[in-house]
Design a protein around this ligand. Structure first.
Ligand SMILES: Cc1ncc(COP(=O)(O)O)c(C=O)c1O
Length: 419
């Protein structure tokens, strides 16, 4: 006999309190944060300088600047890549909002390219059609922790003389053919926001191996000055600047978490592999793809529902929402990661960032088209996905992954109860 779903009054598959919260905090975190607190430099201090060095060494970059968010690091990357007024920057049509709004922050114009359904990353086959004489850079997002097809992206960029910015905000430790993200393009941004694989509450890191890019990013980062805040400053503004530096307390916590990051990533990989094997063959599910040579960090384990097979092609989003509600009733923390594809967001449809239509009506820019029907793959992904993070993160182990699989199998085996 089939079990009654929790949404219909049955017993939840995952009892309350089973899933441990993210990130795990231990005495090392407490010691590092308290020692920063008890120090005398709470702005950009010794922990910030050390965090930059340690993260650069961990990731294999020459230069790193710690920021107060991943979005700040992305804006710095735009400036490092010399993108400015009226320049166009190619961005995948499905990502976090600031993968695109960072472009506008320097008066440049985002141009969207559809994603590949299997990898959920930018479709390299569609990039060249979006390149114009105004294109300056491509932002390759490693969505949910799977590297974008950087070999194809870098080849296109070399052919057209473009810079490649990696949005690695979700992808700490992900690799392509043995090389870590953040070392594959010309520069990259990482996030240390609460939900990320390396969490320091908030924060980010700009990384590059290129000295000129580093200098330009550094100027934007600290008021348009040319000297690092630990050096002898002349307090002179040489270029347009923001204040994107990190605080010593966040950097202290980031350093403590960095020491444990490889262990966390190994646990995530094991949990994701366990879930994939437990869900193999469940009708109506499309499991995540990991092409050969790709090393996923499993920041977000994203499932898609095969709405054609389930007979719900016409009402995919609402039927997906019913499945997600039923999974949540089973005690599974899962949900829609982004509710809109990027070009459908109001700021792009209205083409108004700074008022008066700026930057789209800037005399240096040319018209761009944000018709949402040009991104059918991103729209299909949007309508059929659900994702999860915490249940597959340390300290949760494969025993939790098995409960997660049980919840999903239970709901998928009796979707009639949702009708
Ligand atoms: C792909 C992607 N890019 C950029 C960001 C921005 O990072 P932050 O929240 O640290 O500004 C995020 C954060 O969610 C993200 O997921």
């Amino acid at each position: 006999m089939k079990e009654l779903l929790a949404a219909k009054g049955g017993k939840p598959s995952i009892p309350d309190g089973t899933v441990k919260p993210w990130p795990p905090i231990d005495d090392e975190d407490r010691r590092m944060v308290l020692s920063s607190l008890e120090g005398t430099n709470h702005a950009f201090g010794p922990n910030c300088a050390a965090f930059q060095e340690e993260f650069a060494a961990w990731n294999g970059n020459r230069y790193a600047l710690t920021t107060n968010s991943g979005t700040a690091a992305l804006h710095m990357a735009l400036v490092a890549a010399e993108c400015g007024c009226g320049d166009e920057v190619i961005v995948p049509a499905y990502s976090w909002s600031s993968s695109a709004t960072c472009v506008m922050q320097h008066n440049a114009i985002p141009v969207f390219v559809d994603i590949d359904f299997d990898t959920m990353n930018i479709d390299p086959n569609k990039i060249e059609a979006a390149i114009t004489p105004k294109t300056k850079a491509i932002i390759a997002v490693h969505l949910h922790g799977l590297p974008a097809d950087m070999e194809a992206v870098m080849a296109i960029a070399a052919k057209h003389g473009l810079k490649v910015i990696e949005d690695a905000c979700q992808a700490h430790g992900a690799k392509l053919n043995g090389r870590k993200v953040g070392t594959l393009g010309h520069c990259a941004a990482f996030s240390f926001n609460q939900n990320k694989c390396l969490s320091a509450g908030e924060g980010g890191m700009f990384v590059t191996d290129d000295e000129d890019m580093y200098q330009r990013a550094q100027a934007l980062w600290s008021f348009g000055e040319q000297t690092a805040p630990t050096g002898r400053r002349d307090y002179h503004v040489y270029a347009m600047g923001w204040m994107y530096r990190n605080s010593d307390l966040c950097a202290a916590w980031g350093r403590a978490q960095l020491r444990k990051l490889d262990g966390y990533l190994a646990a995530q990989r094991e949990n994701a592999a366990c879930l994939t094997s437990e869900l193999a063959g469940v009708p109506g599910l499309i499991l995540p793809t990991v092409p050969d040579g790709y090393h996923h960090n499993w920041y977000n384990y994203t499932l898609r529902f095969d709405m054609e097979a389930l007979g719900h092609a016409q009402d995919a989003p609402s039927f997906r929402d019913k499945i997600v509600s039923a999974l949540r009733a089973e005690g599974l923390e899962t949900g829609i990661w982004q509710a809109f594809i990027l070009p459908a967001m109001t700021v792009f449809q209205a083409k108004d960032g700074y008022g008066h239509g700026c930057p789209w009506n800037c005399p240096h820019s040319q018209p761009v088209d944000y018709s949402v029907e040009d991104f059918p793959v991103a729209a299909r992904h949007l309508a059929t996905h659900t994702g999860m993070t915490t249940p597959l993160r340390a300290p949760n182990g494969t025993e939790v992954a098995k409960l997660v699989a049980g919840a999903i199998r239970k709901v998928m085996s009796d979707l009639d109860q949702l009708s």
